[in-house]
Design a protein around this ligand. Structure first.
Ligand SMILES: Nc1ncnc2c1ncn2[C@@H]1O[C@H](COP(=O)(O)OP(=O)(O)OP(=O)(O)O)[C@@H](O)[C@H]1O
Ligand SMILES: [Mg+2]
Length: 258
């Protein structure tokens, strides 16, 4: 059974149709990439799935239940977490504190027990700390835990955002251009980390312009152009699809199809 089903989703901004009958599924343990030129509708799709935007028509289902129209925090609680095209970290908090913010979506202590620092709150706090350290280790940043995020190099800040998304214990991570601004070595490392996350049983929906990363790590690729679905399949099929090649002609794509 699919983890996420996107069914005939349409979204327009005024007269501009950003998503036009988009349908595809993401399966558990799968890295699914969504590619397409600038303005194709990729971020809009993420905003619909995560509840920031409401689709005009169509449905989004998580494990068979509709999540269309739920608030972003409700969608987060059901197991979808995301990173942003532009980083959204708390720059003056430490690396560890940033990751613990992700854990706090999961802790059960309410405001009153937190304010009074009741035992339950202290236990949740300790567990959040331990879990966050584990997620920091998963992205290779355990030794940076006490650094203020603002002092980290850009590539490492992206990894903190990824660790925070992991800390929500999501079943599905939406990653919007995680490799943007990274050098080749950082991109290779990121690819390995994303595969390790998939191997822990967390599905990934990936929007990314770096075609060699997409081709290397994706199990399946969905191609959008001007909001319309163009093709869907494994990397070997997509890289030889004539329509996909023509969309990318002269762009990033021919360098990896040569
Ligand atoms: N809030 C908005 N109001 C009006 N138009 C918007 C809004 N957000 C996006 N658009 C338009 O919708 C279309 C899809 O935008 P979107 O940001 O989803 O593309 P994208 O595929 O993520 O592009 P990129 O690769 O540049 O990030 C574009 O034409 C964009 O200008
Ligand atoms: Mg975008």
């Amino acid at each position: 059974m699919a983890l996420l089903d996107i069914q005939n989703v349409c979204h327009a901004f005024g007269g501009l149709v950003a998503l036009d009958s988009v349908t595809f599924s993401v399966f558990p343990d799968q890295i699914k990439a969504v590619i397409g030129p600038n303005g194709a509708g990729k971020t809009t799709l993420f905003n619909v799935v995560s509840g920031i935007l409401r689709s005009d028509t169509g449905d989004v289902l998580l494990e068979g239940s509709p999540i269309t129209g739920l608030q972003p925090y409700e969608i987060g609680q059901r197991g979808i977490s995301r990173t942003f095209q532009n980083l959204s970290l708390f720059a003056h908090m430490s690396v560890l504190e940033n990751v613990m913010v992700g854990c706090h979506c999961r802790t059960r202590a309410g405001i009153i027990s937190s304010a009074l620092r009741l035992p339950r709150h202290r236990r949740d706090e300790r567990q959040a700390r331990e879990k966050s350290l584990e997620y920091l280790a998963a992205v290779g940043l355990a030794d940076r835990r006490d650094w203020p995020v603002a002092e980290l190099p850009f590539g490492q800040r992206r990894l903190v955002e990824l660790a925070r998304a992991l800390a929500t214990e999501a079943k599905l991570l939406l990653l919007d251009e995680p490799a943007s601004g990274l050098n080749t070595k950082e991109t290779d490392d990121l690819g390995q980390i994303i595969c390790q996350i998939r191997d822990r049983g967390i599905a990934i929906l990936l929007v990314e312009h770096d075609m060699s990363l997409v081709m290397d790590i994706s199990d399946s690729i969905f191609v959008l152009n001007f909001g319309k679905p163009v093709a869907e399949g494994p990397p070997t099929e997509i890289r030889s699809d004539p329509e996909v090649i023509s969309i990318y002609l002269g762009g990033d794509f021919d360098s990896v199809t040569d």
